[in-house]
Each structure stands twice: as structure tokens, then as C-alpha cells.
Design a protein around this ligand. Structure first.
Ligand code: 4GO
Length: 227
């Protein structure tokens, strides 16, 4: 998978996408990421990327043309048109199941908004999908874009050390993950559940399944009601 990010803060996106598991995946070539400075595509004499809104009201809006030019330059470079996503509180709320679908796409481009958002004509003409990371508002689309880029990247084969890592965790099968423990076996007088030390794999599996169901029933009963 290749992810292109259009942003006014490419250094911020580059920094986050260079660390830890995602940084390693890029070095390995499992994913490719490029962050683009939108300002480089502002070709008017003041290099403006924002302007006042028609109809009045406070605040500035991102202009359509620099975004269109940046996206077209990316299309040109890739030789194909990537799936173009705009991070917005108006978008469809991101879920693990939608991430699984999107992880199949070869080329994704993410637009990070700022100020009061983006000229609606750009959204109507260019954007394939608006995605929200939750019902709250942020000052910019970078954090949502990075949340999305991280969560979709880890589903791409070769990013995590082995494919089992994400097959067992929370939300994969619609249940929350069972509790996990590491050394020491007794910490401040508190013991690890005995079954986990037993080496009896069948009993451990059964215990984990029960715990998953119990966690979900207690913390997210809504997940059990879904069809
Ligand atoms: C996305 C973008 C929240 C989300 C954003 C979200 N806030 N819930 N802010 O995914 C336009 C200007 C949108 C700032 C951006």
C-alpha cells in the first residue's frame, strides 16, 4: 500500500510515520508514505491556501485550487488515481471493519483540512470518501489522518511481525480482547490467573474466549447486540 498525505504540516506527519512499527514497515518497504506540503501548490502571488467564506461568517476556508493541483500532481506521479479521503467530523465514523476493507486498496491519498474546512466544490468534485475518527472536532485533519494511516497500515501484510497479531485482538471478531499478563507471575502480591501458567492450551483457549465475552458484556454490550 502507498499513502500520500496532503497537509500544511508535512513534518508533523512525517515524524509520526517514521517511528516504531510504521517507521520500520516503511524501511522494509511493506508500505510507502509521502507527505506533501500543500503550500507548494499555491501558485497565486501570495501563496495563499486559505481565504474568507462567501456569505460571511468568521474564519477561513481552504481554497480548492491548490488542493486540486497537489492531488493531480500525485496522480501524475503514481500513474493512477488514488482513493481520495478527506478527514472530517461529517464523515462516516471509522471502524475496524471499514479499515479491513480499505486495507485492500493499493493507493490512498488523505487530505488534512485546516481553519474552518475546505471549499465544498473540492469535496464534491475530488473526494471519494469522508472519514471521521469520532464525534469530536479537532483544529486540523492531521491527527485524524495519522490515526487512519496507522490503523490501516497495520492491516497490510508484512507491517506487523506476523499475521496472527491482529487476528486475535480487540474488535477483530467483534469482541474485546481478553486480559493479558507478563512477568513477574506475582506483582505486588497479585497473581497471574493460574490457568495461564498451567501450560494446558485447551483450557487457556477456553478461558480466553470466556474472558473476551465477559469483557465485552461488561464494557461494550452494544457489540453483542449487533447482527
Ligand atoms: C476530522 C477533522 C475532527 C475530525 C477535524 C474527525 N476534526 N472527527 N478538523 O475525524 C476541517 C478543519 C476539519 C479542521 C478539521
Amino acid at each position: 500500500m502507498r499513502i500520500d498525505i496532503i497537509t500544511l504540516f508535512p513534518e508533523m506527519c512525517e515524524a509520526v510515520m517514521s517511528e516504531s512499527i510504521i517507521g520500520r514497515a516503511r524501511k522494509k518497504g511493506a508500505i510507502e508514505v509521502e507527505c506533501h506540503q500543500l503550500r507548494d501548490y499555491a501558485f497565486d502571488k501570495h501563496k495563499r491556501v486559505d481565504d474568507t467564506t462567501y456569505g460571511g461568517g468568521m474564519g477561513m476556508l481552504m481554497k480548492a485550487e491548490p488542493i486540486a493541483l497537489c492531488f493531480e500532481a500525485i496522480c501524475e506521479k503514481l500513474g493512477t488515481r488514488p482513493h481520495f479521503i478527506y478527514m472530517s467530523p461529517k464523515g462516516r465514523t471509522l471502524t475496524q471493519s471499514r479499515l479491513r476493507e480499505l486495507s485492500q486498496i493499493e493507493n490512498i491519498c488523505i487530505l488534512c483540512g485546516h481553519y474552518e474546512g475546505v471549499d465544498q466544490r473540492l469535496i464534491d468534485e475530488f473526494i471519494d470518501e469522508e472519514i471521521s475518527i469520532g464525534d469530536y472536532v479537532l483544529t486540523g485533519g492531521e491527527l485524524p489522518a495519522l490515526v487512519f494511516a496507522d490503523s490501516v497500515s497495520r492491516l497490510v501484510p508484512g507491517v506487523l511481525s506476523d499475521d496472527i497479531c491482529f487476528s486475535e485482538e480487540s474488535h477483530f471478531d467483534g469482541l474485546l480482547e481478553y486480559p493479558q499478563y507478563t512477568k513477574p507471575a506475582v506483582w505486588r502480591g497479585i497473581e497471574v490467573p493460574e490457568v495461564l501458567l498451567s501450560g494446558h492450551h485447551e483450557n487457556i483457549e477456553k478461558w480466553r474466549r470466556e474472558q473476551s465475552l465477559e469483557e465485552t458484556r461488561k464494557k461494550r454490550p452494544d457489540l453483542l447486540e449487533k447482527p
